[in-house]
Write a protein that binds this ligand. Structure first.
Ligand code: BEZ
Length: 224
């Protein structure tokens, strides 16, 4: 039986693992930061190469948000180190500065429920899907997305979600469809009308709808 999938809000389990940068204890490696753990089916594969290069190019964006990226691929650390030369070449990178977990025995892939039953390797073994886990500084899972091996991830979207997570954890708003940082936000349904003036001094616009209910309340993005 496969392990139970993690839900949003669950504690993200700690683990020890070998990486291209040496052995890590995940929680110690995270320290007080948030983390993005993203998994890959295998080294020396085309889509994965584009993804790892893209994340390396986005390192300043991750740093701005206080988030450390860590990848996982089901091969050894020696293989990762050889592959990193290809990733650097493809991504025109001077260096590659984040860890790739060596999950060659698929222990973490199983533990974190990341196997894709529909994508098999040459030996008929399920490949690891492209999982994304965003873990906060309290080691709690805040987001998980699973993509099939054949679809590369959009890391701009993942940064956008992180911006939303960080905004909405301190302000009484939620972010609407296709929101971008700086865009208008929705007042949380749990906010009482009486509290609106104090919480949103710059004003709230209520959109009229056929139901007559006043739940579509729009406000400028609150400042941090
Ligand atoms: C890739 O990274 O290109 C890939 C890996 C496994 C299956 C399909 C694509």
């Amino acid at each position: 039986m496969s392990p139970k999938a993690l839900n949003i809000g669950d504690p993200f389990p700690n683990f020890e693992a070998q990486t291209n940068l040496g052995k890590i204890d995940f929680y110690d490696w995270m320290a007080d930061s948030w983390a993005i753990l993203f998994s890959h089916p295998a080294d020396f594969t085309p889509v994965c190469t584009t993804e790892l290069a893209r994340v390396a190019q986005l390192i300043p964006e991750f740093q701005k948000r206080g988030i450390k990226p860590i990848a996982l691929s089901c091969d050894t650390a020696e293989s990762h180190n050889a592959w990193i030369e290809d990733i650097k070449s493809y991504g025109k990178l001077a260096s590659f500065d984040y860890p790739i977990i060596a999950d060659d025995k698929r222990e973490l892939a199983v533990k974190l429920n990341m196997l894709d039953k529909d994508e098999l390797n040459a030996a008929g073994i399920p490949l690891t899907c492209r999982a994304v886990f965003v873990i906060d500084d309290k080691k709690k899972l805040r987001l998980s997305i699973l993509y099939p091996a054949t679809t590369g991830r959009n890391f701009d979207e993942i940064l956008r979600v992180v911006d939303s997570l960080k905004l909405t954890q301190t302000k009484s708003v939620a972010t609407p469809a296709d929101w971008q940082p700086g865009g208008q936000c929705m007042v949380l349904p749990t906010v009482q009308a009486v509290d609106v003036p104090q919480l949103f001094p710059n004003g709230v616009q209520t959109i009229q709808v056929p139901s007559g209910k006043s739940y579509l309340r729009i406000t400028a993005q609150p400042q941090n």
